[in-house]
Design a protein around this ligand. Structure first.
Ligand code: ZN
Length: 501
């Protein structure tokens, strides 16, 4: 197995040691505060599959279900090797393994939304010779990290140390690789089908940097004549890219069309991988079952109205008919703000937004949700939906946050831009009256969804998930219903006033 190291410099000089140390302390508090994110991480994110620290050999072995390029640094007091796995979601609470001897413990946690962090800590007074830390990539998803025997720290610390990175995946003969023979869209089954001539494995996740759904197939190469599917005007996929990611991994990057939801991946046979594709449906039925927001689980899917919009599917507001767009913020891999006890903005605002829509609908006002489930939705499609449907008003619903160290800050803020002032005031007043939430004012702000919508639009920050008062109330479903009713009443009042003018 071939190993190739690239050196990356780690500063460990005396002069900046304390700043490295401090920033790491900050990192740790974030890591503890944010580990709750991992509980709601998308099922499709790449995962840390296994890890094992072999104390007799001072060797850590990790396996991920997609390729990863670890990053490592050595931090002092006590000495610890910090290994970050970008693009990897741990999917469980912090793991803390006590070890005996000079390597004292190993911790694994979610450092940020898509980075898993492993920390190997030495007993006090011991250190590692950084140049002797060996990273070995068995493949791009399996790594061995071999530590040298810890030494008692001397008074002098090395000024600059190199930590090796980046593997060359072990090579298979071309004859062992599967060839991807076709990537096709099956219209009748609504599936993307990836066919190979030999057994393959796959992993998949949202690639945030490319705004695409990434399917990685291995061990495989792209067949010579293989092209992606023909994508017509009405295709549920707007773009698809096939590329050879490394010597034995093919990546299929899928950009779904607006309003299209990607579903389950399946492997019906060893040589076939499929991805379910669902067009957003326009649903008339209103499900008013009470929704729960837990700190850990994704909110229940409540398909109330058309969650998104292919151009032809958006019901246009007929002459004189009012149409309200309700826009619950964030969703999918983006949890929004994270507050006390891991309370997540995306679940709260989905529940409230859904109830606002239901409430308006009951009162004869047509309402559309930009998202009706826990999905990833950018800002642009939210605005597009409002514009294409010729909406009367647009109401975005968010929850606020400040530092977890400021639980004293709670309250309602309603934002507008341009023509939304009247709507903002009316909603704000109603919410203050009906919920008793603290008043942090009606404010003007250049938020994208406010600037880019041509109808009166507002953004309601229903409360602070980091605020002691707001967090406890927003965790309560009866309070969320109260909040939703208040927002709906404000919208109705505004529409009635506007109609009289
Ligand atoms: Zn938000």
């Amino acid at each position: 197995m071939l190993v190739n190291f690239f050196a990356s410099l780690i500063r460990w000089s005396k002069s900046n040691q304390s700043s490295v140390f401090r920033s790491n302390q900050v990192a740790y508090s974030l890591f503890i505060a944010f580990f709750a994110i991992l509980m709601a991480a998308p099922a499709k994110a790449a995962r840390l599959e296994s890890w094992r620290f072999n104390a007799s050999q001072n060797q850590l072995e990790i396996t991920t279900d997609a390729g990863v390029q670890p990053k490592a640094q050595l931090v002092s007091d006590p000495t610890r090797l910090v290994i970050d796995l970008p693009g990897i979601v741990l999917g469980r609470p912090v793991i803390n393994e006590a070890l005996s001897g000079t390597v004292r413990s190993m911790r694994i946690g979610q450092f940020d939304r898509d980075t898993t962090r492993i920390v190997i800590e030495l007993a006090p007074g011991y250190t590692l010779e950084p140049s002797q830390i060996k990273f070995r990539g068995i493949s791009d998803r399996r790594w061995l990290i071999k530590l040298p025997t810890p030494q008692l720290a001397s008074t002098s610390t090395p000024a600059v140390v190199a930590v090796p990175q980046s593997p060359t995946p072990s090579r298979l003969n071309d004859s062992e690789l599967a060839a991807i023979e076709s990537v096709e869209l099956n219209g009748s089954s609504n599936q993307l089908m990836i066919q190979a001539n030999k057994p393959i494995r796959y992993s998949s996740r949202w690639d945030r940097s490319l705004a695409a759904y990434r399917i990685e197939i291995s061990p495989a190469q792209l067949g010579k004549s293989v092209k992606g599917p023909e994508l017509g005007a009405g295709s549920p996929i707007s773009r698809i890219k096939l590329r050879q990611e490394n010597s034995q991994t093919v990546a299929v990057l899928v950009h779904p069309a607006t309003g299209v939801q990607l579903g389950q991946m399946n492997q019906p046979s060893q040589q076939l991988v499929t991805l379910q594709i669902q067009r957003a449906r326009l649903l008339q039925s209103v499900n008013t079952a009470s929704n729960t927001v837990s700190n850990t689980a994704s909110p229940r899917v409540m398909p109330v109205f058309n969650p998104a919009m292919a151009t032809t599917q958006v019901p246009r507001s007929p002459n004189g008919r009012l149409l309200v767009i309700i826009d619950p913020g964030h969703g999918g891999p983006d949890p929004g703000a994270i507050g006390i006890n891991g309370l997540q903005e995306k679940g709260i605002v989905l529940d409230i937004g859904t109830q606002v829509a239901v409430s308006l609908q009951r009162q004869g006002i047509q309402a559309l949700l930009t998202r009706a489930d826990d999905r990833d939705l950018g800002l642009e499609p939210r605005v597009q939906m409002a514009e294409q449907s010729n909406a009367t008003v647009f109401v975005s619903i968010h929850a606020n946050s400040i530092s977890l160290s400021r639980p004293d800050i709670s309250g309602l803020e309603t934002y507008y831009y341009d023509s939304g002032l009247g709507l903002a005031k009316t909603i704000h007043q109603n919410v203050l009256q009906l919920t008793g939430v603290g008043d942090r004012g009606v404010r003007k702000a250049r938020f994208y969804v406010l600037r880019k919508t041509s109808m009166p639009s507002v953004l309601v920050e229903v409360g602070f998930v980091t605020g002691r008062d707001d967090a406890s109330r927003l965790s309560n479903s009866a309070y969320r219903t109260q909040m939703a009713d208040a927002i709906a009443r404000g919208i109705l009042q505004y529409l009635q006033q506007a109609a009289r003018l």
